[in-house]
Design a protein around this ligand. Sequence first.
Ligand code: 5AD
Ligand code: SF4
Length: 470
Amino acid sequence: MPETIMKAEQLSPQQSEYMKLTAEIMEIRKRGERPLAFIRTYGCQQNVADSEKIKGMLAASGFDFVESPEDADFILFNTCAVREHAEDRVFGNVGALKNLKRKHPQILIALCGCMMEQEHIANRIYNSFPFVGLVFGTHSLHHFPELLYRSLTDGRRVFERGNDDKKIYEGIPVRRDGSFKGWLPIMYGCNNFCTYCIVPYVRGRERSREKDVILREARQMIEGGFRDITLLGQNVNSYGKTLAEPVSFAQLIREIDAIDGDYWLRFMTSHPKDCSRELIDAIAESRHISKHLHLPFQSGSDRILKAMNRHYDRKKYLETVAYAKERIGNVSLTSDIIVGFPGETYEDFKQTLSLIREVEFTSLFTFIYSPRKGTPAAAYDDPVSAEEKGKWFQELLDVQEEIAAARCASMVGQTERVLIESVKEKTGELNARTSGNIIVELEGDKSLIGTFQNAKITRARNWILKGELT
Ligand code: 5AD
Ligand code: SF4
């Protein structure tokens, strides 16, 4: 049983004092002009949601935001550790700031997020990037105001990796990036320890926000005009288990769904081992939950699933999918897949191909396995060459393209409710999205952005649909 977590704590009044102090010193330094911040976010939506909190705290400290690091007084990269490629990009982009710091020594460069919770990374930053003045991990968000103030005033570099990975802090101001599409974290951390994954080491143990706090935030978002709300957690199906009064995820989404308004509710990520019939029933019976299930299966081979410590097999996964298809009309299924896990053979990989053919996913997020220091799989024998894994990966993309194209083609002639999200700069076309998370491009006026419309699907181009407003 997961351990029961203490009640959430509130952001301390001391942190609010630090925000005021920062605003005061920056006002003096900038001679009355507002200080400017540039934030770049790498990785998943959980990081995007964390950046929205950091922006909330920066706004309360007097900052405005800019689109380019060259214009900023404070530069922050919120980093991702899930694959080596993401880490390399961060190192490359931080290195590129060296000249900027030389030209403008008064700017503060900071790094935060999952990468910074790893000791070897924080040490590398400390030793090789002396122009980085502030480093903090995912467990230090609730005293970011203090860390910022100290970095601006101490004249010394501030490095902090938290160990406070069991608590939840409420009351942190949030500055959302969007006005109609937004993220709502419902839990943090992960207890699953899939053998390839760094997340449990850098985001700590699973802990859930109180149901009433989530309902209040959902209501505020809906009343504030949000049309597409995504509940976030590493494994939303185990929501509520650590609360003093346990609540199931299905119960939570039923209660959010009962809030009146015109909106779609989404969630990610669902772990197949915990995706219950109760949850699928809740989706089927809801008014607002989109008919979309992101259910990462990672591999179609039972042998590899076991080595990954996933706690389900192919049969159980397919049973869940069959139930979802039976209960939720035209359900859109998406998934994450890892190719080239240590010890995977071409025979195992063929099981993955056959599974994607059987399920007919709308879209897939596909990754080549990347060894993560400190995870069990990093020590496993990995005899298949990168070149061979690359070929398998391409084969997977080809098969999925065929499946997605057929799925999209079957939608031609249908009318779909879509949310208009943005305008394409080049063509002036509107980008919209269906409840099943499929992109539809259509002609229309940009004043429609942020509204629901009906679109007749006229054409399919691979996994993108073309449509017209009806
Ligand atoms: N290598 C490749 N992909 C990974 N993922 C997580 N860890 C790794 C890794 N070490 C993928 C999984 C997960 C998604 C968010 O990232 O597919 O579901
Ligand atoms: Fe990583 Fe597995 Fe947790 Fe997902 S469920 S965050 S893949 S350990």
